[in-house]
Design a binder for this molecule. Structure first.
Ligand code: G3H
Length: 482
């Protein structure tokens, strides 16, 4: 979708496969194909976004708030009718279970509805006059320009839209490249984009990031790089941008969120939270618990229950009732997880659960590794998949020191009963990460809460409330009382 036109594509295409097999003898399933776009289409998309923005003079950035909202509501209505095909594609393209796929769709609809409401409030508040020292100010919020949006494969709809929707509603124009896995599910929405927004406001490019996003960054004409994914891609794109041109970054990147289990933790609750925290969507969440620190006094009691619970999970296709573990969408991912397991075992860790490391086609059963030490790769690397490193500790200083040394700083989960004793610890943790979860696993929602991180985990803040601010700038009209 470039400049309001759905291009009829005759060029090279790439086939999109599902790692879910539709035959008993394992073979990936061909789902469709996407255009392999390149620099020419990328430049056309950028030009369309630049023209629609027109240095802030374009129809979109100058459009009345209520009219921009009307466009968004029109889009939302059409999107709602695409629930079935999008949910089906979420299951086939990324292997997300049916309830989680439905949740991703519904959460996105809700996110758009809430963003519209928040935008109305933002605009009402901005219209108020302020007065200080005899100077009146009429403060507004305005767009920043052209936003390049790239979303991740684990939430190809929801997280991409968590960038795209606030960027657009604030009056920016966009070029958007869907994730590599979870790309076909954007196609049912192309016509809705086309019907709902003026041309050039949303331009959608298919192809590799290197082929389409890099040339766009090179021009130096992008005002905001908005990406949820890994820092390798973010850095590569940022490096293309001419250093002399200013660029705002809205980034959601890696994390190595720890669970810290204290001696007085409620173990039934802790096991359940650690199970969903480490293994929801096979651990493919930036907010997943990626390392578990357990106090020596409760390690046996915790690990006995936890390993049993891991092996009681069910593996199957996303639409199977009650399924918890599903095929991994990235080819080669199981091999990477296997490497982490082999490395840890080679350096002295044990796989505690019986099924741990068992391979099924493109899936590997989650392995609980214990005791994990500093020299093992899984101690530091963000596994983003089904393997759980467990580290025993005797003094709270041990996990705290690790967190302080880590390159990441998104969230932590703290399990313990004595809230008074926890209070000083919570203060320390809050300076190491951006969200401290008490007796619950790490997560992004509810979407009104700030979603961000310290160090390499993020830049800028996302949420229904914050994203509108991340994609805009405050301007004001001032006049004196004279
Ligand atoms: O990949 C990171 C996601 O933002 C995780 O979101 O906690 O809602 O699963 P979630």
């Amino acid at each position: 979708l470039v400049d309001g036109d759905l291009l009829s594509w005759t060029g090279k295409t790439s086939e999109v496969y599902s790692t879910i097999s539709s035959t008993p003898a394992y073979a990936p399933t061909l789902l469709g194909s996407i255009p392999d776009m390149g620099e020419q289409e990328a430049m056309a998309a950028l030009d369309a976004a630049l023209q629609a923005y027109d240095q802030g003079q374009g129809t979109w950035p100058t459009m009345k708030v209520r009219d921009r909202i009307a466009c968004m509501e029109k889009f939302l209505d059409q999107m709602k009718s695409k629930r079935d095909p999008i949910v089906t594609l979420l299951m086939w393209e990324i292997g997300k279970s049916l309830p989680d796929s439905e949740k991703e769709f519904d959460r996105t609809v809700e996110y758009i509805e809430d963003t519209i409401e928040e935008y109305k409030t933002l605009d009402r508040n901005a219209a108020r006059f302020d007065k200080h020292d005899g100077v009146y100010a009429h403060i507004r919020r305005g767009p920043l320009g052209v936003v390049l949006c790239l979303g991740p494969y684990n939430y190809p709809l929801n997280e991409t839209f968590a960038l795209l929707i606030p960027a657009i509603i604030m009056g920016n124009t966009t070029v958007f490249k869907p994730a590599k896995h979870g790309v076909l599910l954007i196609t049912p929405l192309l016509e809705a984009f086309q019907n709902s927004f003026p041309k050039g406001v949303i331009n959608v490019l298919f192809g590799r990031g290197r082929a389409v996003a890099a040339p766009i960054m090179k021009t130096g004409k992008v005002d905001v790089l908005a990406l949820i994914g890994n820092s390798k891609s973010a850095n590569a794109l940022q490096d293309q941008h001419p250093k002399s041109n200013r660029l705002r970054l809205v980034l959601g990147l890696e994390a190595k969120n720890p669970a810290i289990i204290l001696p007085d933790a409620d173990l039934d609750l802790t096991v359940q939270e650690c199970l969903s925290g480490t293994l929801s969507f096979n651990g493919q969440r930036c907010t997943a618990l990626k390392i578990v620190y357990v106090h020596k006094t409760v390690e046996k009691a915790f690990l006995d229950r936890f390993t049993k619970a891991v092996d009681e999970m069910t593996f199957g296709n996303p639409w199977d009732p009650g399924v918890k573990l599903t095929p991994l969408p990235e080819p080669g991912k199981s091999d990477y997880i296997q490497e982490l397991i082999d490395d840890a075992v080679g350096k002295g860790a044990r796989i505690l659960n019986e099924k741990g490391g068992t391979r099924y086609d493109n899936f590997i059963w989650p392995a609980v590794l214990y005791p994990v030490t500093e020299e093992m790769r899984v101690y530091k690397e963000e596994q983003f998949g089904p393997v759980i490193p467990v580290v025993p500790f005797t003094s709270i200083e041990e996990p705290l020191n690790d967190m302080a040394k880590s390159n990441y700083g998104q969230q932590v989960s703290l399990f313990g009963k004595d809230i008074r004793a926890l209070a000083p610890l919570i203060d320390t943790l809050a300076n190491l990460v951006c969200r401290v979860n008490l007796n619950s696993s790490c997560q992004r929602g509810p979407d009104v809460y700030p979603f961000t991180g310290r160090k390499d985990s993020a830049q800028s803040t996302l949420s229904v409330y914050d994203a509108l601010r991340s994609f805009s700038i405050r301007t004001f009209v001032a006049f004196k009382d004279n």
